[in-house]
Design a protein around this ligand. Sequence first.
Ligand code: HT7
Ligand code: ZN
Length: 844
Amino acid sequence: PRTVYLRDYTPPAYLVDEVRLTFRLAPHATRVLSEIRFRPNPDATGRDFFLHGEGLKLISAHINGAQVTPELIEGGLTLDAPDASFTFEAEVEIDPENNTALEGLYRSNGMYCTQCEAEGFRKITFYPDRPDVMAPFHVRIESDLPVLLSNGNPGASGEGFAEWSDPWPKPAYLFALVAGDLVAHSGSFTTMSGRDVALNLWVREADIDKCAFGMEALKKSMTWDEEVYGREYDLDVFNIVAVDDFNMGAMENKGLNIFNSSAVLASPATATDADFERIEAIIAHEYFHNWTGNRVTCRDWFQLCLKEGLTVFRDQQFTGDMRSHAVKRIDDAMLLRAAQFREDNGPLAHPVRPESFVEINNFYTVTVYEKGAEIVGMLRRLVGDEGYGKALDLYFERHDGQAVTIEDWLRAFEDATGRDLSQFARWYSQAGTPRVHVAEDWSEGRYTLTLRQETPPTPGQPDKQPVVIPVAVGLLNPNGDEVVPTQVLELNEAEQSFAFDGLSARPVPSILRGFSAPVILRQEQSDETRAFLLAHDTDPFNKWEAGRDLARTNLMAMIQDGTGPDAGYIDALGRGIADETLDPAFRAQLLALPGEDELAQAIFETGHAPDPTAIHEAREALRHGIADRLGDVLSRLYDTHQITGPYSPEAADAGRRSLTNAALSLLSLTQGGDRARAQYRAADNMTQQIAALGGLLRIGEGEAELKAFEDQWSHERLVMNKWFGLQVAASAPRDAAATAEALTAHPAFDWKNPNRFRAVFGALSGNAAGFHAPSGASYRLLADWLLKLDPLNPQTTARMTQAFSTWKRYDADRKTLIRAELERIASTEGLSRDTSEMIGRMLA
Ligand code: HT7
Ligand code: ZN
């Protein structure tokens, strides 16, 4: 397969002024008629006319009304086109029913829907399927189905047809069509300039009771984007559709967002607090794309972080404003470390703006999204809130209606703030997580911090340059008072010193406050200092971080030296969780121990092969130790914060439930399942029901509840995904593969549905000790199922191969077992381009 390089970008030979599409829907033989007005691009370097097209049956083609016979070549068609404006017409036939890849036009539960990002439009008709070709679209849908939707504003409609017009020029990846037997939960919004917008959330009738929260989240997002970014919505309608079969979370198609049903449908009985928060964030994310992605789009797919990093940053700000900035920042840092640092430290490491790809779908990664968002956050920290506001205004003003690059984005910041960002730009091109080493010096009232940065080599990038790292620092007096409030040090050299004068005593530094940069901090710190920061730091992130560091040190000692739970750490933790001045959600985060995979990476970095079984046992032993020593505090927290009134997904109640559920999970370890069983029986919401069930399963009880849960929820697909996933997640390591395998034989295991497939196999790879069980049974099982799914759905298969990406960390036996599975997959005939690229990168 061909590798595409950023350096090979050339402008399109022809631009498009207008597109007219007619769809005659039929399950196996949908006809797509297109009428496209082309004009030569004055900035082009050549005049070769090429239209992308894949899996299309060409029925006829015309240029300016005269029949033509295009040459069908790999990936599309070509023909001799006029060196002037002309109209190209084509009629093609496609087969949505047999489209199992869920890209292009496909069917899900009898409904037609589309997914075009990144390169799916070429499976619908012949077109220059690249983001720098933008055009207004007019669409006519012919079908007997009652609801017929496309982008833009509604036009004429009648018996068996509907027309839609989208006046805003857009790339083909934002095209969408939906046709089905759907009902709407409707609302309305009046924009800042007084325009009324009709809002609809389209779902199957059985799901109409799960729409209210999503609708409110949409309205909040629209208000927030007006108030914080000054961005107004620009069409008469905004439609969202829920679809069961979907490869990712959701898609920001212009005026017609399509959502994985798991990312939009929620009721208290069926969705957890975490689901509600995720739904609110995804609705906001897709809505925010209307400006960051749709009105201003990407020149090419290498610029993906331009829209994704910025839009993630915006949705993070939104969640912080709606809930708690401190709690959100900790959640984001935990995700970044668990997923992005893992990617950055392994064979799949790549720059936020990659330089090449074989299959672009493989680059919708945590690096592009989450590290991309961190870069935006650092820019904001460096130029300040006002500079950030000016830069964003300039970016929108300059580039509205354009397809642009990272250079354009950075230039808006440079021009708005006068700051030179040439070194900062390395964050986009250099892969890998920088390590920042800290050295301290104290003499005669002067405290000096010396910071040294280094980034380890990553595939294809052996040598690294220093990047610009904003390091937020505050200093505390030994009595716990803050003597130097937060200031941002700019580390841009390999090593730099920063002095603080006029201090009466040697201070305790609080470094990288608010997790001000996506780096790993290497700092010699005693447990006493950490306990001091856990008690006194005014920065909530570093207060939490101090507890996390204590937990990690204790766990590393337990794993590597065979010591036991550390009473000093547990007592410091106990004081933290008992502090009623602290937000319950924050206290629940204090109770979350570093994950097994994070510990495996930490051990690997000390030069040893991690033993997943030993890590699991140590972590469980520490949980026992905490439950033993803090039993009284945990019981008191459970009783005081248990909510008895009606359920509300709002942050305050959700925080209390996360604290009581964390306490319940620990208490069940030492006190048995009675409390969890009582909570299970009393629960009127999914958050408490599933937490109780999980607590029971983890202590080897809960068989009866598991069966009752299945009986209660067998008709709810989204809840059954939880039922499948939880059993694998809660399995003891030696049983995980067998549990997963048994579940694949369950009649409700619809493996072609990505949510169901991910429920089982995502949980299996997330159960680190179970996935890496010495027998290799999980490796074999996952590889078998990936090979089964690949011919049908390459995108989801390729994504799930990442379970193997850390394989080089492990001991020789495990490495041999995993390599054998990777090689078995690699040598399978007909393997998709998606999966073969991923496996190839992991084996390289
Ligand atoms: N921009 C979208 C990314 C996407 C996608 C979504 C659903 C299915 C396949 C997809 N490929 C790429 C989602 C987002 O980031 O908002
Ligand atoms: Zn996005």
